[in-house]
Design a protein around this ligand. Structure first.
Ligand code: SF4
Length: 473
C-alpha cells in the first residue's frame, strides 16, 4: 500500500510509507515502543528520522536518503544568519493552516539605510531588537535587519553593515541590485550568512557568484511575472544555488490584487502541484508603501501595516518593513502568532496552582480554566489588583470558562479534584474559592463536592481588582 494522492497530485504520506523504509527491528532506541509508532510520529512531524540511530548507519544509507526525499517539505526551508540567532524561513508542508501546522512564522525585518548617521542606525537597531510583547505566553519579536544601499556607494554600505553587525546578532538582509555593493557588504560580515537581496534577470550571474562564494541564501526578484521568476529560478538552480527566496513583487494601491494573486499562485504551485521551482520561501516588501506620496507618514505606516498583514495571511515568509511604531507592529505580530499556532492543539497552559505575589494563609484563592487567553488575562488582572493571591488553574482541556462549563469540560468534579490535588487546604486557613461569574451555575455543586464556600466573582476578569477590594477583607 502506498500514500494517497491529494487533489493537486502531491503525494500524502502514510505511516506505512515511512515504516517500509525503517530498519523494522523494534529496538526502541528512538524512544518509541516500535517502528510503526515511530513512523506515525515522523509523518506527523513530531519525530525526525534522525532520531532512529540504526537508520543512520551505513547499511541503511539508501533508505535514509529515500526518507529524506519523501519527507521534504513542499517549500524548502532556508536558514538566514548563523549560530544562535539563525532564522529559518519557509519549510511549509501545506497550503492551508487547517491541513497541518504552519512552521517558521513570517520573519519581519526592519530596514536601515546606509545614509543614516551612526546614531540613527543604532537607534533603529535598538528599536528592532528591543521590540517585544508578551502575548498568551509567547514573546512576540522582530527577527531581522534589512540594510539598504540608498547611497549607491560601496564604502558607505560596507560601513553601515559593519556598524549594524557590531550592535546586533539579528540576521541581516543586504539590499541592493548592484553586485559590487552587495560584495562590499559581504566583506564586512563574511561569515554571517545574510540573505542577499536580490538577483534579477540582469545581475543574476554576479549575485549567484557571491551567494556561492559566501555561502548565502539569495533572493530572486522578478516583479509581477511568475513565469520569468520561475525560469530565473531554474537558471540559478542549474548554476548550483540551492537556497533561494522568491520575490514576486509587492505593490500597494491598484497593484495589491496582483501581489496577493502572485503570492497565492506561487504557494499553490508548490504545495498543491508539486512545482519544485516555485517551492521556495516568499519575501514581501510592504516597505514600498513609503514610496507613495501621502499627506503624513502615518498614512504610509498604515498602508505598510495593512499590506504586511495581508501578506502574513498570504504565505509571506519574510517581510521587509520601515515603520517601527507599536500600533502598526503589535497587531501584525499578534496576527502572525494566531496564524502560526498549532490548530491541532488547544491553546492551553498547564493546569495547577499558581502563586501570584507572596500569598499567605489569608490570601484569596481564585479559580480559572487552562485556556491560555483566559489564564493570562486573569493573571494580569489579579496582578493589577496589587494583591497576593493563589490562582487555581483547572484543566478544561483548553476551553474558555463559558464553553468549558457548557461542554462539561469544566465541571464541579474537576474543580473539586483540582482543590484536592493542589493541597490548598494546607496553604490557606479559610475555605473560600472565588470562581468566575461565567461559572456561576456550577457554584452549588462545587460547594457540595469540595466543602468550600464559593464566592461568585465578576463575569469579566477586569472586575477582579474591584471585587477583591470590596469582598475580600
Ligand atoms: Fe524502529 Fe529505529 Fe525506533 Fe529502533 S530506533 S524502534 S529501528 S524506528
Amino acid at each position: 500500500m502506498s500514500g494517497k494522492e491529494s487533489k493537486g497530485g502531491i503525494k500524502q504520506l502514510s505511516p506505512i510509507d515511512v515504516y517500509m523504509l525503517l530498519p523494522k527491528t523494534n529496538c526502541k532506541e528512538c524512544g518509541e515502543d516500535n517502528c510503526m509508532a515511530f513512523a506515525t510520529k515522523v509523518v506527523n512531524r513530531e519525530d525526525s528520522i534522525d532520531q532512529c540511530p540504526p537508520l543512520l548507519t551505513k547499511a541503511n544509507q539508501k533508505n535514509y536518503s529515500k526518507l529524506k526525499e519523501m519527507l521534504k517539505p513542499a517549500v524548502k526551508e532556508v536558514a538566514v544568519g548563523v549560530g544562535d540567532s539563525v532564522v529559518n524561513v519557509g519549510g511549509k508542508l501545506v497550503m492551508y493552516r487547517h491541513e497541518f501546522t504552519y512552521t517558521n512564522p513570517t520573519a519581519i525585518a526592519i530596514d536601515i539605510t546606509d545614509e543614516l548617521s551612526d546614531d540613527e542606525v543604532l537607534a533603529r537597531v535598538k528599536k528592532t531588537q528591543e521590540f517585544t510583547y508578551l502575548y498568551i505566553g509567547n514573546d512576540l519579536k522582530l527577527q531581522m535587519v534589512a540594510i539598504r544601499s540608498t547611497s549607491n556607494d560601496a564604502e558607505k554600505f560596507k560601513a553601515a553593515v559593519k556598524k549594524v553587525a557590531e550592535n546586533t546578532n539579528l540576521p541581516i538582509i543586504l539590499c541592493s541590485f548592484d553586485a559590487t555593493i552587495i560584495e562590499a557588504g559581504l566583506m564586512a560580515i563574511p561569515k554571517a550568512r545574510p540573505l542577499l537581496y536580490a538577483a534579477t534577470k540582469d545581475n543574476w550571474k554576479e549575485m549567484a557568484e557571491l551567494a556561492m562564494m559566501y555561502n548565502c541564501p539569495l533572493a530572486v526578484s522578478v516583479p509581477n511575472d511568475i513565469s520569468l521568476l520561475r525560469s530565473l529560478v531554474k537558471t540559478l538552480s542549474a548554476y548550483g544555488i540551492e537556497d533561494l527566496v522568491l520575490d514576486p513583487g509587492t505593490f500597494t494601491g491598484v497593484g495589491l490584487g496582483d501581489t496577493i494573486n502572485n503570492f497565492t499562485m506561487i504557494r499553490r504551485a508548490a504545495c498543491s502541484m508539486g512545482d519544485e521551482l516555485l517551492g521556495y520561501p516568499l519575501i514581501g516588501t510592504p516597505i514600498v508603501a513609503w514610496t507613495e506620496p501621502a499627506n503624513s507618514p502615518t498614512v504610509n505606516a498604515w498602508k505598510e501595516a495593512y499590506v504586511a498583514s495581508m501578506l502574513v495571511t498570504r504565505y509571506a515568509d519574510i517581510l521587509i518593513m520601515h515603520g517601527t511604531e507599536g500600533w502598526a507592529l503589535l497587531p501584525l505580530t499578534v496576527l502572525r502568532q494566531n496564524i502560526y499556532t498549532d490548530p491541532r492543539k488547544p491553546v492551553a497552559v498547564e493546569a495547577g496552582l499558581r502563586t501570584l505575589g507572596t500569598p499567605d494563609e489569608n490570601s484569596p484563592v481564585l479559580m480559572t480554566s487552562n485556556f491560555a487567553l483566559t489564564y493570562y488575562t486573569v493573571e494580569q488582572d489579579i496582578e493589577s489588583a496589587g494583591k497576593s493571591a493563589y490562582l487555581l488553574v483547572v484543566d478544561s482541556e483548553g476551553t474558555a470558562i463559558d464553553s468549558g462549563v457548557a461542554g462539561r469540560k469544566l465541571t464541579a468534579e474537576t474543580v473539586a479534584d483540582a482543590i484536592k490535588e493542589s493541597k490548598l487546604e494546607e496553604k490557606v486557613k479559610h475555605r473560600k474559592l472565588i470562581i468566575p461569574g461565567k461559572a456561576a451555575r456550577i457554584s452549588g455543586e462545587i460547594e457540595e463536592l469540595s466543602n468550600w464556600e464559593v464566592l461568585v466573582g465578576p463575569r469579566d476578569s477586569s472586575g477582579i481588582p474591584k471585587f477583591l477590594q470590596d469582598k475580600w477583607k
